[in-house]
Design a protein around this ligand. Structure first.
Ligand SMILES: [Zn+2]
Length: 146
């Protein structure tokens, strides 16, 4: 069994902590947006233009929360895989995904070659879509990606 080869305990701990922090942050943000939304519900404007702006903001907030919810479930899935010890293994070929890639994309489910292949065949795109990575917003990780 080639569980975690290349992923030492420390790295696993790091990733686990990172994932938990990300999940907590995402949940916190969702709560914030939801609280904001219910507050705004009360002060609905009757002005048509203002209402149009409000509904645009609504849509953006919904999309944003949606993205965060997806993120949280990806994180939870990754944590489950960590617990099951099959974290870091490519879903398609079973090879180890690689520490650098996991650090950049902690929810990655495919190794680089499989991801590239998946992106070339449009029918698989939805299934293999690159995981939303909060992490990419961090500079040090962006550098690793380049
Ligand atoms: Zn692969």
């Amino acid at each position: 069994m080639k569980t975690h080869d290349g992923l030492n305990r420390r790295t696993v701990k790091d990733i686990e902590r990172f994932l938990k922090e990300e999940a907590a942050r995402a949940r916190e943000t969702i709560r914030g947006v939801m609280a904001e939304r219910s507050k705004n519900e009360v002060g609905r404007s009757s002005d048509l233009m203002a209402r149009a702006t409000e509904s645009l903001q609504d849509e953006m907030q919904v999309a944003f929360v949606d993205r965060l919810n997806r993120q949280v479930s990806q994180i939870e899935e990754a944590l489950e895989r960590l617990a099951r010890q099959d974290y870091g293994l490519c879903r398609d070929c079973g090879e180890f995904i690689g520490v650098a890639r996991l650090r950049a994309l902690p929810f990655a489910r495919l190794c680089r070659p499989c991801q590239a292949r998946a992106e070339e065949s449009p029918k698989d795109v939805a299934d293999h879509a690159t995981p939303v990575a909060v992490a990419v917003e961090d500079d040090w990780i962006r550098k690793e990606l380049e």
